[in-house]
Design a protein around this ligand. Structure first.
Ligand code: UT7
Length: 319
């Protein structure tokens, strides 16, 4: 049976680092509050001239180099982003042009913080079905553009960045199973409820969140979807070497691992240095652990997303 394997990973973080103390200098917050409630110490913020496709380009170049694949040989590009360069064309098409990969299919997936898992499952199905022999899957975000920098309840939580993987067809998995879920009835607890109409912004262009409700929802569905994905893959928790949940809040990550009965050492945590980079958080964390030699060939890794929509999902993959 034809399956998809991850044959290269890459990531990119903008150079500018913003510490918690920078927020404390101008808002009613503190490094202690942010660390205790979220585990976040710092985040990277893109320069004004850097868009999602620029971050995606750097991460993609690294992933392609790791895979030993020329961009011109790509057969599919899927970019997960909620902060695209433009309304259209898609960030995937802009990335394709920057990579010099003209000709292959390219499109964006919009599932907010679950975006990378949704994009990975989509590309996996292209490869399984024979529609593509390889794929570049990217999560790239500039959430700094949609934050109200005077709202202490949200602006301290997010950062910018990009992560990418190259998938290639193989007889061995690779990706064993993915489970994707959504419940649009909860759209209101995490949203950017704005649009462009008649040349003006209608509604609000800033992220709004009911933090407490999102927290509870995330912990519940991350546990549920882990079990569903293990069942779909015919595997058990004992088979999982690493859990990479969406990096939103270290308390959400630790609560999920605890509910699953998974040892803390098997939990991947990068939120302390990246903050919440939405669709970029999972591939960024994956690449960091791969490059550090911690996630290695043969390891079983569960990737999990949860976020606006509401959306959530998980993928189980052997590296
Ligand atoms: O990617 C998926 C989307 N995001 C998430 O998954 C985030 C999910 N939610 C969370 O991570 C947490 O709910 C937060 C970190 C957002 C908030 O933590 P919390 O423990 O749920 O705090 P809270 O919202 O209940 O707020 C507690 C207090 C409030 O003050 P009062 O009403 O008790 O006087 C807030 O106004 O903390 C206040 N607060 C702050 N204080 C200092 C909120 N933000 C800040 C801040 N600094 N930055």
């Amino acid at each position: 049976m034809r399956r998809a394997r991850i044959v290269g990973t890459g990531s990119y973080l903008p150079a500018r680092v913003v510490t918690n103390d920078e927020f404390a200098q101008r808002l009613d917050t503190s490094d202690a509050w942010i660390r205790e409630r979220t585990g976040i110490r710092e985040r990277h913020i893109a320069d004004d001239g850097q868009n999602a496709s620029d971050l995606a380009l750097e991460a993609s170049r690294e992933a392609l180099a790791a895979a030993g694949l020329a961009a011109s040989r790509l057969e599919l590009i899927v970019v997960a982003t909620s902060t695209p360069d433009y309304i259209f064309p898609s960030t995937a098409c802009l990335l394709q042009a920057k990579l010099g990969a003209a000709g292959c299919a390219a499109f964006d997936v919009q599932a907010v913080c679950s975006g990378f898992v949704y994009a990975l499952a989509t590309a996996d199905n292209f490869i399984r079905s024979g529609m593509a022999r390889n794929a570049l899957v990217v999560g790239a975000e500039v959430f700094s553009r949609i934050l109200d920098w005077n709202d202490r309840a949200t602006c301290v939580l997010f950062g910018d960045g990009a992560g990418a993987v190259v998938l290639a067809a193989d007889e061995r998995p690779g990706i064993h199973a993915s489970v994707l879920r959504a419940d649009g009835r909860h759209a209101g607890i995490l949203s950017v409820p704005g649009n462009i109409c008649g040349g003006r912004v209608c509604g609000s262009p800033f992220l709004q969140m009911q933090g407490n409700q999102v927290f509870k929802f995330a912990v519940r569905v991350l546990e549920e979807v882990a079990h569903e994905t293990l069942a779909a893959a015919g595997m058990s928790l004992a088979d999982v070497d690493w859990l990479i949940p969406h990096q939103a809040n270290v308390r959400i990550l630790e609560a999920t691992a605890k509910k699953l009965g998974l040892a803390r050492e098997r939990l991947v945590v990068t939120v302390d240095r990246h903050a919440n980079t939405s669709a970029a958080s999972v591939p960024l964390a994956l690449d960091e652990y791969v490059r550090a030699g911690r996630i290695r060939a043969g390891h079983n890794v569960m990737l999990q997303g949860v976020g606006g929509g509401f959306t959530w999902g998980a993928t189980l993959v052997t590296m």
